[in-house]
Design a protein around this ligand. Structure first.
Ligand SMILES: C[S@@+](CC[C@H](N)C(=O)[O-])C[C@H]1O[C@@H](n2cnc3c(N)ncnc32)[C@H](O)[C@@H]1O
Length: 266
């Protein structure tokens, strides 16, 4: 059921899965993620009848599409089976200009696996010999994730379209937008402005679908969502390069916000 994640992704919710599981296991027959990023929650949970993942980053979504399709998935794993990861090759790939969707996906995946912390904006070399998964083993992530992506709807839309789309099913959305107060420099090609945060709040206020929303804990968010159920989350996470011993444990504070009163498990 749970599949190891495909990407290394800034802001990924891997560290919070053990707290999020009880919220996303509330009953639903359609699952949506308007801000899928690396998809740590989608790959962790069981699929339901209908599944829809979305992100505004078109290169990320092209990579998901290439991995979803069995033909392009096999071409990707074939290409990676005799690929190398070293600084010279990294610089070559970084400078390479893709000319089609397959090449965009290939470059995205190579850069994601070999850049520091998987950062795709101003990326820098971050592959660690003996610690990082070598290219010849990337198929161990790509194949199971690709199989899980079969029959999943994958789109590159603004979040509002995903939240507002009607359904005859019982929909649950896991909503993980960029932080309200991002502490570090830009992580995503599409960041969020103050008006995007307000727009998200308005669209969640008017939806009839159930949602589980995560945010950094701050007064503005507590006020914006005073109409919903706010749960506090305290957790330890690692900062620095998680692939080296330089990583440190830090205490984080986040909010889990829902529009359903309590856990309604299956
Ligand atoms: C916090 S990350 C999601 C992390 C993800 N939950 C994970 O576990 O890896 C936020 C994502 O929102 C996307 N994004 C930013 N603006 C967007 C928009 N207007 N509509 C949809 N996605 C957007 C970014 O590309 C980024 O992937």
């Amino acid at each position: 059921m749970s599949t190891k994640t495909l990407f290394r992704y800034p802001g990924g919710k891997y560290y919070a899965l053990k707290y999020l599981r009880k919220f996303v296991s509330t009953h639903h027959t359609e699952y949506r993620e308007p801000f899928v990023g690396g998809g740590s929650v989608f790959f962790d949970k069981a699929k339901v009848r209908h599944n829809w993942i979305n992100d505004f980053d078109d290169e990320l979504i092209k990579c998901y599409h290439a991995i979803q399709n069995p033909v392009t998935r096999e071409s990707l794993t074939d290409r990676f089976s005799d690929e190398i990861a070293n600084k010279t090759r990294y610089s070559e790939v970084k400078l390479f200009t893709p000319t089609n969707d397959f090449e965009i996906a290939w470059k995205y995946y190579y850069m994601n696996r070999t850049s520091f912390s998987g950062k795709m904006i101003s990326p820098s070399w971050g592959y660690r010999e003996k610690r990082s998964l070598p290219p010849s083993r990337w198929h161990e992530r790509i194949n199971p994730c690709g199989e899980k992506l079969e029959n999943v709807k994958i789109t590159c839309l603004d979040f509002e379209e995903v939240i507002a789309a009607p359904s005859d099913d019982e929909v649950l959305m896991f909503v993980d937008p960029p932080y309200f107060n991002p502490q570090k420099k830009k992580h995503y090609r599409h960041g969020f402005t103050h008006s995007d945060h307000v727009r998200l709040c308005e669209s969640l206020k008017s939806t009839t679908h159930k949602f589980v929303l995560t945010y950094d804990d701050c007064e503005e968010i507590r006020e914006l969502y005073s109409w919903a159920n706010i749960h506090e989350l305290e957790f330890f996470y690692r900062v620095g390069d998680s692939q080296t011993s330089n990583a440190q444990r830090k205490l984080g504070f986040e909010l889990i916000i829902t529009n359903f009163a309590e856990h309604q498990g299956d």
